[in-house]
Design a protein around this ligand. Structure first.
Ligand code: AFP
Length: 327
């Protein structure tokens, strides 16, 4: 059996990245244990305040955020931390070579109903060693990420990770406390008949996305000439995990419900880390047209439309959008 520590030693070239991943995954063990206690640990329900996104924070949102923040600001390699739950980035160790971004508890609306939630993380290089880090230091395109991954707190706690060219998966052994390698090269089929979208937002989408979903619903009788099925976890980490396991298409498209009319998901600590995983597993990840990993960020909390998963489906959606643009 290969543990996470052994895998990092054998595959990752940057000891600082290894150390930060170890810090994050150790906190993941604590979050996993808290979630398993659930209602018995008085950690469910609302925290009684809102985050920068204007979303009601759950107690565990705040707890997971604080645990990660405390651990990472103590890690000498970490020059700064940005979190979905905090307005601004937090400077850490100015001599550190890395910046860490995370959604501490993605899918937190699932907590109180005992459904899957996760922690998503992204690691970027810090370019101004010796200086205190600022928000602007985090504004790097996703193609600059040194590593990315997520912890999925499901029936078992799993870690999906990319530190080199491949995507690998580990399962947390509750007896030993070790993350054990269970898949050493995750790949996504180019085609799929399974898609994930919150269809209640249909009226807020652009015409090409409405057309795309209409075609899937038309199934075998329609232009796609095959039936499709849906799955919607309402936690990106769960939907992406399913896609890494068996393919599929996930989209939270352009949506006029949101102030900047982009969509609900955040670029820096949701779309970018998930896009790196999906692309390295052979899938595609766009904002419907443009490659997400090439998007130059303007704000650490900026939102972005997301289309990711099986490559041929992502490309089909891009073609539909380009056809509509050229009408
Ligand atoms: P929460 O963390 O507020 O539950 O939001 C989760 C999320 O950001 C993402 O993980 C899901 O894919 C998406 O929102 C679900 O959004 P809807 O609740 O609008 O379906």
């Amino acid at each position: 059996m290969t543990t996470l520590a052994q895998y990092l030693k054998d595959h990752a070239s940057n000891p600082a990245v290894n150390d930060v991943i170890t810090t994050i995954t150790e906190v993941g063990k604590t979050i996993s244990q808290l979630l398993k206690k659930g209602a018995l640990a008085d950690i469910l329900g609302e925290a009684g305040n809102q985050n920068v996104q204007g979303e009601e924070q759950k107690k565990l949102d705040v707890l997971a955020n604080d645990l990660l923040l405390e651990a990472l600001t103590k890690n000498s390699h970490c020059a700064g931390v940005a979190s979905e739950e905090l307005d601004d980035a937090t400077p850490a160790n100015a001599d550190g070579s890395l910046l860490v971004l995370f959604d501490p508890l993605d899918g937190s609306s699932n907590i109180d109903i005992n459904m899957a939630v996760g922690t998503i993380f992204s690691i970027l290089p810090y370019q101004r060693q010796g200086q205190p880090s600022k928000n602007g230091d985090f504004l790097q395109a996703g193609n600059k990420q040194l590593a990315a991954g997520y912890l999925l707190y499901g029936t078992s706690t799993m870690l999906a990770l990319t530190v080199a060219d491949d995507v690998v998966m580990f399962s947390l052994d509750p007896d030993s406390g070790d993350y054990i390698l269970v898949q050493d090269k995750v790949t996504i089929d180019a085609d799929t008949s399974e898609y994930a979208i919150n269809s209640s937002n249909y009226r807020y989408w652009r015409a090409p996305m409405q057309q795309y979903i209409d075609e899937l619903i038309a199934g075998e009788a329609g232009v796609r000439a095959r039936d499709f099925n849906t799955r919607w976890v309402a936690a990106m980490v769960g939907d992406v995990h399913r896609i890494l396991c068996r393919g599929g298409l996930f989209t939270y498209p352009f949506d006029t419900k949101y102030a900047n009319k982009a969509g609900k998901l955040r670029l820096m600590y949701e779309a970018n880390p998930m896009s790196l995983l999906i692309e390295r597993a052979g899938g595609g990840a766009t904002d419907a047209i443009n490659r997400i990993l090439d998007i130059e960020p303007t704000d650490i909390h900026q939102r972005i439309p997301v289309v990711l998963g099986s490559k041929n489906e992502v490309d089909y959606i891009k073609d539909l959008h380009l056809q509509h643009e050229n009408k």
